[in-house]
Design a binder for this molecule. Structure first.
Ligand SMILES: Cc1cc2nc3c(=O)[nH]c(=O)nc-3n(C[C@H](O)[C@H](O)[C@H](O)COP(=O)(O)OP(=O)(O)OC[C@H]3O[C@@H](n4cnc5c(N)ncnc54)[C@H](O)[C@@H]3O)c2cc1C
Length: 376
C-alpha cells in the first residue's frame, strides 16, 4: 500500500511526486508513456510559473524572451517589452524527462538508497474504486492485469483524463480548446521575436516562439470546435517564415472550465489539465499544472500527518487552497470573452504604451493577472 498514487508525469504529476517523495511519503508515479516522450506544447514558461518549479530548470531554457510582438487584425503590430524576461522557452520533451528524473531520484540515507517516487509505465487504467481507507486501482501493465492501492490518488493525466472519467467527472463540463504546433528549422532563429498573431481571422491566435536552432509555430483556438490542421500551419510558415518545412507536428486539447472547476471526489484529487485549470485567454497551462501539483501535495501531506483524518480532508484543504487560482481563471475567462469577441478594439486598446507597459512589468516580475489588475 502506497501513501499516494499519481497518474501522469507531466508538470502537475512530477511536481506533486517530487514534493511528496521529499516529504517522506511512499509514492507510485504512473504514466502510459516511457520518457523522454514527445508532448504537444510550445514550452513557454512565464516568470510566475518559473518560480514554482521545486528544482532548477535553467539549463533547459532554450531562449529567454524580453520582447513580445503582437500582430493585430489588419496586420498592424506593436511590441511589448520588459527589462526582465517575459517568457522562458523550453522543450517539453527534455523538461518533462528531467522533472521525472528529479521525482524518482535516489537519495542516500543511513547507507540505504531511498527512491523518492517509484515510476512505472502502464498500458492503461482499467478500474478505480474508493472506500473510507484508500483507493484501489486496477491496471494493465506489460499485458498483465495488476492492482495497486494507496491512501490518496492524484489524477494528473492531462486534458483527456481517464481518472476524471472514472470518478464521474464527465458530469461537470471540461472545455477542450484545440491547439497544434510544429517546429520549423530556420537560420538564426534568435532574430524572431516571440509573436502572438491575431491577424488570421480566427477566434484564437497563431504563435511563433524562437528556440535555439528553430522556431516553434502553432495555432490556439479559443473555441472548442475551432478548425486547425497541418495545411494551415504550413501556409502560415510559408507566409511568415518563407519556408513550409515543418517537423514534429503535434496537436492536443488544452483543458479549461467555464463554470466551477471539478477538483475530485473522496480521496482522489484532480490537478492541471485533468481538472481543467488551463487559462482560456492564451492557453497557458504549465503554471496551473505546477500550482495545483504543489497544492495537492501539500493537502495530502497535511491530511496524512493528521492521525484521525476523514476521507475527504485532503480534498477539502486542496479546494480551499485553490481559491486564488480559480479567481484568476475567472478573470482570464472574462478577458478571453472580450478579446475574442472584439479583437480589433481590444488590441487597439492593448497597443497603448501605458497599458501594456503595466502588464509587461507585472508579468516579468512574476505577478498573476489578478495581482496586475488589482490597482485598477
Ligand atoms: C500545442 C500546445 C501548446 C501549448 N503551449 C503551452 C505553453 O507554451 N505554455 C504553457 O504554459 N502551456 C502550454 N500548453 C498547455 C500545457 O501543455 C498543458 O496545460 C500542461 O502540459 C498540462 O500539464 P499536466 O501536468 O496537467 O498534463 P500533461 O502535461 O498533459 O501530462 C499528462 C501526462 O499524463 C499521461 N497520461 C495521459 N493519460 C494517461 C493514462 N490514461 N494513464 C497514464 N498516464 C496518462 C501523459 O502521457 C502525460 O505524460 C500547450 C498545449 C498545447 C496542446
Amino acid at each position: 500500500m502506497y501513501d499516494v498514487i499519481i497518474i501522469g508525469a507531466g508538470p502537475a504529476g512530477t511536481t506533486a511526486g517530487y514534493l511528496l517523495g521529499r516529504a517522506g511519503l511512499s509514492v507510485l508515479l504512473l504514466d502510459r508513456k516511457n520518457f523522454p516522450r514527445k508532448k504537444a506544447c510550445a514550452g513557454g514558461i512565464t516568470p510566475k510559473a518559473m518560480v514554482l518549479f521545486p528544482f532548477d530548470i535553467s539549463c533547459f531554457v532554450r531562449c529567454i524572451c524580453r520582447e513580445v510582438k503582437i500582430i493585430r487584425p489588419g496586420n498592424a503590430s506593436f511590441i511589448v517589452n520588459a527589462k526582465d524576461p517575459l517568457c522562458y522557452i523550453t522543450k517539453r520533451m527534455d523538461l518533462d524527462a528531467y522533472s521525472l528524473g528529479k521525482a524518482i531520484q535516489a537519495v542516500y540515507s543511513f547507507l540505504k538508497i531511498i527512491y523518492w517516487c517509484r515510476f512505472k509505465k502502464i498500458d492503461r487504467i482499467i478500474r478505480l474504486d474508493q472506500d473510507d481507507h484508500g483507493v484501489s486501482l486496477t491496471l494493465s501493465c506489460d499485458g498483465k492485469i495488476d492492482s495497486v492501492r494507496a491512501g490518496h490518488l492524484i489524477g494528473a493525466d492531462g486534458a483527456n483524463s481517464k481518472v476524471r472519467r472514472l470518478i464521474g467527472g464527465q458530469r461537470s463540463r471540461l472545455i477542450k480548446l484545440p491547439a497544434i504546433e510544429a517546429d520549423v528549422p530556420v537560420k538564426n532563429a534568435g532574430r524572431y521575436s516571440m509573436t502572438f498573431d491575431f491577424s488570421r481571422n480566427i477566434k484564437g491566435y497563431y504563435w511563433i516562439f524562437p528556440r535555439k536552432n528553430h522556431v516553434n509555430i502553432g495555432i490556439f483556438s479559443a473555441l472548442p470546435n475551432g478548425t486547425m490542421n497541418r495545411a494551415l500551419l504550413k501556409a502560415y510558415a510559408k507566409d511568415r517564415l518563407k519556408t513550409d518545412v515543418l517537423t514534429d507536428v503535434k496537436g492536443y486539447p488544452i483543458a479549461t472550465s467555464y463554470g466551477r472547476t471539478y477538483l475530485g471526489t473522496g480521496r482522489v484529487l484532480l490537478t492541471g489539465d485533468a481538472a481543467g485549470l488551463s487559462e482560456p485567454l492564451l492557453g497557458e497551462g504549465i503554471y496551473s499544472a505546477l500550482k495545483s501539483g504543489i497544492l495537492s501535495a501539500r493537502a495530502i501531506e497535511h491530511a496524512v500527518g493528521r492521525k484521525m483524518s476523514a476521507p475527504s480532508d485532503a480534498l477539502g484543504c486542496y479546494r480551499q487552497s485553490l481559491g486564488d487560482l480559480q479567481l484568476d481563471l475567472r478573470l482570464y475567462r472574462y478577458c478571453a470573452s472580450i478579446l475574442y469577441r472584439f479583437p480589433q478594439w481590444s488590441l487597439a486598446v492593448g497597443s497603448c504604451n501605458i497599458l501594456h507597459n503595466c502588464f509587461s512589468r507585472g508579468y516579468s516580475s512574476g505577478k498573476t493577472l489578478r495581482e496586475i489588475l488589482m490597482p485598477f
